[in-house]
Write a protein that binds this ligand. Structure first.
Ligand code: PAP
Length: 322
């Protein structure tokens, strides 16, 4: 790991957004109208929640309604930062790294429960996260004439490891969920927020076309060299580390503060819930945090199946997972 100076230094102060929890709740907490006309499916052999297909992507019914609302009503500010990823690809880590443990709103959660008014109340710069494909947040990218837009940071993970992480996470709520079912969903493109290839390529292409608007990060590269990726992140956010900050070990401090070990030991992450209804504890967000765990779960046949889909879908795109 490339680090500068002592790791004991504290992280930066005075930068970043106001914690989201400090903004007043909206009065209207009602659930959205169901998107009843969309094609839907549920996972075979498990009561995993129903997913509906909205504009080519599979998402829970409430998120589909939220996606429509985000497309219509979400107005990015120039200094907004949106952290995006497919589920189980390192969001928690990237969010922590981006603003070292700030509390930030989940777009589809807000729009699904009609609490988007809370966003308006946030002073700039706002930091948000989402699992939505880029197509659902079209205004995040500046128009061809250069107007509007904000900054988007995307994190992508090797799809086989994403499937493994997804299975471990959801089987806590649905013990009957078979790993082979998750592999089927991945390959069919019907997994949460899938097809994964369209989700990833949307951001990959936008990053190639507008590198100043979309930063495309890889989970595996973050594991290999977190410090260098934190520097990339800081440069992208327009907050590069000064020579003094480097000397003081700020980068190393952020990496340590956001490590799997540190984050998972924090009190809210040890005792809190991601989703109390599903009995999903926050602790479930922190498991092995490694690359290549698929080798411990997939049969050679499963791995070949995913690899051939990846080879096919990403051919000619310049994006590889080897
Ligand atoms: P989400 O979609 O529910 O937000 P997300 O945070 O994107 O989940 O992904 C969870 C994965 O990131 C877990 O991977 P695993 O199941 O293969 O272990 C989790 O362990 C990993 N993870 C979480 N925090 C960190 C971290 N600080 N460093 C490295 N990996 C992490």
């Amino acid at each position: 790991m490339a680090t500068g100076g002592s790791c004991a230094a504290s992280v930066r102060v005075g930068l970043g957004p106001v914690p989201f929890k400090d903004v007043e709740e909206d009065a209207d907490m009602s659930t959205p109208t169901l998107v009843s006309s969309l094609p839907c499916h549920t996972v075979t052999g498990a009561s995993l929640r129903k997913l509906c297909r909205y504009q080519g992507f599979w998402m829970p019914e409430g998120w589909a309604a939220a996606a429509a609302a985000i497309q219509r009503r979400f107005e990015p500010r120039l200094d907004d930062v949106i952290v995006s990823s497919l589920p189980k690809c390192g969001t928690t880590w990237l969010v922590a790294l981006t603003f070292a443990t700030m509390c930030l709103p989940f777009l589809e959660g807000l729009f699904a429960t009609r609490r988007e008014g809370k966003l308006e109340g946030l002073p700039s710069p706002r930091l948000m996260n989402t699992h939505m494909p880029l197509q659902m947040i079209p205004h995040a990218i500046a128009s061809p004439g250069g107007g509007g837009g904000c900054r988007v940071i995307y994190i992508c993970r090797e799809p086989k490891d994403m499937a493994v992480s997804t299975w471990h996470y959801f089987r806590r709520a649905y013990p009957e969920l078979a790993f082979s079912d998750v592999v089927d969903l991945l390959c069919d493109g019907t997994m949460l927020c899938g097809p994964f290839w369209d989700h990833i390529l949307g951001y990959w292409r936008a990053s190639a076309a507008s590198p100043g608007s979309v930063l495309f990060l890889r989970y595996e590269q973050l594991l290999l060299d977190p410090a260098e990726n934190v520097r990339r992140l800081a440069r992208f956010l327009g907050l590069p580390f000064s020579a003094d900050e480097e000397k003081d070990g700020i980068v190393c401090g952020i990496v340590e503060l956001c490590s799997l070990h540190t984050l998972s030991a924090m009190e809210p992450n040890r005792t809190g819930y991601v989703d109390p209804r599903l009995k999903l504890p926050r602790q479930a967000l922190f498991r092995k945090g490694m690359a290549g765990d698929w080798k411990n779960h997939m049969t050679p046949e499963m791995a070949r199946r995913v690899d051939s889909i990846v080879a096919d879908r990403f051919r000619t795109t310049g994006l590889t997972f080897q």
